[in-house]
Design a protein around this ligand. Structure first.
Ligand SMILES: Cc1ncc(COP(=O)(O)O)c(C=O)c1O
Length: 364
């Protein structure tokens, strides 16, 4: 069986170094925050070509803390509207709701990212944020979105949970908007051995406020100046992430190599490939194809020993957790959810496994 993503294969090269780091950690490190978190924050800001980073407990909390920090800085208030893709993972939208802001859903374009040409008609006097998602590892249309945001005086907060290392017009995603949220969930292109997240930004005041809010709102020990939460990047995860970051570009290149082979060699009328990314470099967190016969294709591949997944089978607005919280109908996203299929793009897939996947798909 070709697994969709073999986490054991991804993490086992680091076991020796993790063990050595763990020994030093137990004897010397702070267990919460401390130098290892600061070090990873500096490395992550450097990698993403942004000025500052703050580690958080998860990608969800990265988004939530961005909103709470803007509220605390007087740039957002409850009831403000946030434009967000209708075809994203539910974890993009739930932090908006938790911050008592109002999600306004927008349909995707042909590359499945937010369609910038449909944004202006969604802007109302209450709109304060556009929240593009770099879905599947392809940079969203940030240049157009930033222009619209500037014209209307809106903030742009991007969800880069799937886009570690992605480029937009030769620049790294991470410092191109007001604030960028990251997840280090284990399956991400840079994954921890548990939960983890971060915010990157060029805005020093925002990052400073996030660092206070993630730690009970404390400006000094035992003095909560703001109503904060506990959502710090776990220190041991920061130690592991610093080690894994060294290989991120190499592993992204492997994903791109597999994707190039899929793009060049998958030829089957029942399967549609997504358009290329002229604006940037896609890091293929997922390689997604479209098919009217998606379920049959998926069952066929399973029978042939190839595991696939669907990201995501039910659009957020159709899920119980969002009932009554979003207005409108989203036929494009609903249709897509019945057609999308994610093929394995595990960086450790062998050439033979990749070829077998291509041959099997072509014979469908
Ligand atoms: C697009 C997107 N946004 C947000 C999240 C939330 O990240 P986390 O699971 O770290 O909370 C994820 C991943 O899980 C995601 O894929």
């Amino acid at each position: 069986m070709i697994a969709f993503l073999d986490l054991n294969r991804l993490n086992s090269p680091y076991i020796d170094i993790f063990q050595r780091r763990l020994e030093t950690f137990v004897s010397r490190e702070y267990f919460v925050l401390g130098q290892a978190v600061t070090r990873f924050e500096e490395e992550w800001a450097h990698y993403t070509q942004s000025r500052f980073a703050a580690g958080t407990g998860s990608g969800f909390d990265a988004l939530y803390l961005i909103f709470e920090a803007y509220k605390s800085l007087g740039k957002l208030k409850e009831g403000d509207e946030v434009i967000v893709p209708a075809n994203t993972y539910v974890a993009t939208i739930l932090p908006v709701i938790k911050s008592r802001l109002r999600p306004v859903l927008a349909e995707p374009g042909p590359d499945l990212n937010l369609d910038a040409s449909r944004l202006e008609r969604l802007i109302t006097p209450k709109t304060k944020v556009i929240l593009p998602v770099h879905l599947y590892g392809r940079s969203a249309h940030l240049s157009e979105i930033n222009k619209i945001a500037e014209a209307y005086g809106l903030l742009v907060v991007d969800d880069a949970a799937q886009a570690h290392g992605a480029l937009h017009h030769r620049k790294k995603v991470g410092g191109l908007t007001d604030a960028t949220a990251w997840s280090f969930y284990p399956t991400k292109n840079l994954g921890a051995l548990g939960d983890g997240g971060a915010v990157t930004s060029n805005d020093q005041e925002l990052i400073a406020r996030i660092k206070v809010l993630r730690n009970y709102g404390q400006t000094e020990k035992y003095n909560s100046a703001y109503r904060g939460i506990n959502s710090r990047l776990d220190t041991l995860q920061a130690v592991f992430l610093s080690e894994k970051l060294k290989d991120l570009d190499k592993l992204n290149k492997k994903r791109m190599h597999i994707a190039r082979k899929y793009r060049e060699h998958i030829r089957n009328e029942a399967i549609e490939k997504l358009p290329c990314s002229p604006e940037g470099e896609h890091v293929y967190h997922q390689f997604v194809v479209l098919s009217e016969r998606r379920d049959a294709l998926r069952e066929y591949l399973q029978r042939k020993g190839i595991q696939t997944l669907v990201h995501y089978p039910v659009p957020p607005h159709k899920q119980g957790g969002l009932r009554g919280l979003v207005k409108g109908t989203f036929p494009v996203s609903e249709r897509l959810s019945r057609k999308i299929l994610s093929l394995p793009v595990d960086p450790y897939l062998s050439e033979q496994e990749t070829d077998y996947i291509i041959e099997t798909i072509n014979a469908f």
